[in-house]
Design a protein around this ligand. Structure first.
Ligand code: CP3
Length: 352
């Protein structure tokens, strides 16, 4: 069945069809850099916001109204999966981000996790349905999840970290237990992503924020292998839904291109021209402006955005975006300059 957004700019671009300009959205586009987000966030805690379909839909649509982005990404978080599996999640404002006060440290800890938790995430599906109802066809809705490796990193480390040394040492010492956890996550992620598409998500993105944390061989074994099993199983159920994989910090796309994704988010550290050369032409690319450029000045943002667009040949399916999430200190007019610049460039002129 064709998606309700079959002819939207985003889905046309992802299929490599002719379009007049590149579609654009921003990772973390619903968030604290927007005063309108902060106003709603002040009324409730983070998880309360995720769990309230009316409020979640409202903040999901804010960047569509305020910035004119070409897609809405559903307001939620990658960590709602471990939370639904029974891990207590604390989202502390300004205290180093999300924390799991009781991280996983043994095989016995895995036994305490619940499986089959998709039905506990009905609030995400309800938020997608409410967002679609309010958008009334204006732009597609993007669903997402964290890849198994990235979720396991938080669940074992207990929160964000510069090194993730606790997670990494666990992985090296207990490879079998680590694989067991990754398999459990992969299983949950498949039905969660399929559920999001069934609720109306028109594209899915798998965030592997910590793909660059491990040596290449361990990334292939613990990261890519499990991300690929999620992507290929979702693909089996949903042959027509575009799925983008964002393996932040990977050193090579070899193997990554066989993951089952239809396209790849390119992080800000990667040269976009090299990604274009290494990734076969049938795959979509998305990215990769350094989010810190949005902290500079409108002139620099314009110049760097035009430079980015010029790196991609016109026949390559491509979605303009940042190379990671927007920074919370970003002035709104700077984000607007980025979006407007992409919108002003006709596709034929973006060819270098
Ligand atoms: O993109 C969007 O606008 C949709 C919403 C979204 C959030 N988190 C909301 C959020 C998405 C797609 C995410 C993904 C996410 N969450 C990732 C993968 C992408 C990436 O940035 O690497 C990761 C690693 C997380 C985990 C997470 N959640 C962290 C590290 C933090 C703290 C960082 C911060 O900015 O404070 C969160 C909290 C979070 N998730 C916030 C938002 C808007 C801020 C919380 C608040 O409003 O108090």
């Amino acid at each position: 069945m064709p998606s309700d957004q079959h002819d939207s700019l985003l889905l046309r671009a992802l299929r490599g069809e002719s379009i007049k300009r590149r579609p654009v959205w921003m990772m973390r586009q619903a968030g604290r850099y927007l005063p309108e987000y902060r106003a709603i966030r002040a009324t409730t805690d983070f998880l309360g916001l995720c769990r309230n379909p009316d409020l979640a839909a409202e903040v999901t649509i804010q960047p569509v109204d305020i910035l004119g982005v070409d897609a809405a990404i559903i307001f939620s978080d990658i960590l709602v999966i471990p939370e639904a599996m029974g891990m207590h999640l604390q989202m502390q404002q300004g205290k180093g981000g999300p924390q799991f006060p009781e991280p996983l440290r043994s095989s016995a800890d895995l036994g305490k996790l619940s499986m089959g938790v998709t039905e506990d995430l009905t609030y995400v599906f309800d938020a997608i349905r409410e967002t679609k109802r309010r958008l009334d066809g204006r732009v597609p809705v993007i669903g997402f999840a964290g890849a198994p490796l990235t979720l396991a990193a938080y669940m074992i480390e207990g929160g964000g970290s510069k090194t993730f040394n606790t997670f990494k040492s666990f992985l090296f010492a207990e490879p079998e237990v680590t694989h067991e956890l990754l398999n459990m996550l992969a299983k949950e992620l498949v039905s969660y992503l399929v559920g999001q598409a069934e609720a109306g998500a028109n594209m899915l993105q798998l965030f592997d924020t910590w793909a660059g944390l491990l040596p290449e061989r361990e990334y292939q074994e613990f990261g890519l292998r499990h991300a690929s099993s999620v992507l290929s199983e979702v693909r089996r159920d949903l042959p027509d839904v575009p799925m983008l994989y964002f393996p932040k910090g990977v050193r090579s796309y070899e193997g990554v291109v066989e993951s089952g994704a239809s396209g790849f988010g390119i992080d800000w550290g990667t040269d976009l021209r090299r990604a274009d050369q290494e990734i076969p032409k049938e795959f979509a690319l998305q990215g990769n402006l350094d989010p810190a450029i949005l902290l500079s000045s409108p002139e620099i943002i314009r110049e760097r955005t035009l430079e980015m667009l010029g790196k991609i040949p016109s026949h390559r399916p491509y979605v303009a975006n940042l190379g990671h999430g927007i920074d919370k200190e970003t002035p709104v007019d700077h984000a607007q300059t980025f979006i407007q610049t992409v919108k002003e460039v006709p596709l034929s002129l973006s060819v270098s």
